[in-house]
Ligand binder design. Structure first.
Ligand code: SF4
Ligand code: SF4
Length: 343
């Protein structure tokens, strides 16, 4: 997560920049704490995007006291940033208290939303709760059968945010993956900049999950959107240039350690795309689990498009080479064998 000037008050922006600098120094000095956790307080969503497998229309919000316990555990592990995601987290009736608790425990508070629920009053309440950054992904200009996260539907909400939000707002657009009108990404990015927000662009896989090079038109638009966007973000996302060419990218994914994905059931997963690994309840998560996952090479890394996990990975890419799960299991067996032998 790298923040840049936006709609925020100058004083709030400077405070956030100082906190960002301090968490980056801390992360470089020590690799033994999580940098970013995504926490899901409810799976329910008001939309049903055609490509999404992360929502339902019926589940209930997780109780505030349970969420607070999970946040306390993340703080105790030394986590720097907590981003609330979903489903649609704005549907959680106690979202403000959740945000406030993140701040009380000294962590940076972020939110990922589809943007539908922002009104002037709701934005002012989020200011008061202490929200520090918000990301909205906009998929197209006009709604279609795949996505209603559309500029035309959301423009009024973006104007409210531009006027009232005292937190950083980033608008993410997408390219590739058979998106019908690649030009839409540029229209979305231009509108974001016009309203004083930062903007990023995500290159996505084809609908069947394969990595295909972008077409010449898509590449051109991708470069134009990158130029309009957050320069720090573009520098950190050089992996996207490989993905745009349809090529695999070598990096060290530190999911399960420096990045944590906590589902609504309170289990730790590598990320939204790799649920079930390691699948351990957060309240039982130890530094032993953290160390194992930090060292584990992820088989899905070369074609991964998850921008925030890549950004976290950069902090440690230069140190601590990883091993395959089989090598780690072998090592652990050796360790136990030696201990038994010693006894
Ligand atoms: S808004 Fe987000 S969570 Fe909801 S269906 Fe679309 S992508 Fe999934
Ligand atoms: S490489 Fe990507 S998909 Fe695989 S665990 Fe890491 S973040 Fe998840």
């Amino acid at each position: 997560m790298v923040f840049s000037p936006s709609n925020m008050k100058k004083s709030t922006f400077l405070k956030l920049k100082m906190r960002e600098a301090s968490f980056i120094s801390r992360a470089l000095l020590s690799s033994r704490h999580p940098v970013l956790a995504h926490l899901i307080p409810m799976r329910r969503c008001n939309l049903a995007c055609g490509y999404c497998n992360e929502y339902d229309h019926t589940s209930k919000p997780i109780d505030l006291d349970i969420i607070q316990k999970r946040l306390n555990k993340l703080a105790d592990l030394g986590t720097s940033i907590v981003t609330i995601s979903g489903g649609e987290p704005m549907m959680h009736p106690e979202l403000d208290q959740i945000i406030h608790h993140i701040r009380v425990r000294g962590m940076i508070a972020g939110l990922i939303s589809n943007g539908y629920y922002f009104t002037p009053d709701r934005i002012k309440r989020l200011n008061k709760a202490g929200l520090e950054y918000l990301q909205i992904s906009i998929d197209n200009v006009e709604p279609d059968e795949v996505s209603r996260k559309s500029l035309r539907v959301l423009d009024k909400k973006l104007r409210y945010l531009s006027e009232y939000a005292d937190f950083h707002v980033n608008i993410n657009s997408v390219i590739g993956g058979g998106i019908k009108n690649p030009d839409d990404a540029l229209t979305v990015a231009r509108r974001a900049v016009e309203l004083g927000f930062s903007t990023t662009v995500g290159v996505i896989h084809d609908i069947d999950g394969t990595l295909k090079p972008l077409s010449a038109t898509e590449k051109d638009i991708f470069q134009q959107v990158k130029k309009l966007g957050n320069k720090d973000h573009a520098r950190l996302n050089w992996f996207q240039d490989s993905i745009a060419e349809g090529k695999a990218y070598q990096w060290r994914c530190r999911a399960g350690a420096r990045y944590l994905y906590i589902c609504e059931d309170g289990l730790v997963h590598w990320c939204s795309q790799q649920k079930g690994y390691p699948g351990i309840p957060l309240d039982q998560y130890t530094m032993e689990d953290f160390d194992r996952e930090y060292k584990t090479e992820k088989w899905c890394a070369p074609t991964c498009t998850l921008q925030c996990v890549h950004q976290v990975g950069i902090l440690d890419n230069w140190r601590d080479p990883q091993k395959t799960p089989a090598q780690i299991a072998e090592e652990q067996k050796g360790g136990v064998g030696e201990m038994i032998g010693a006894d």
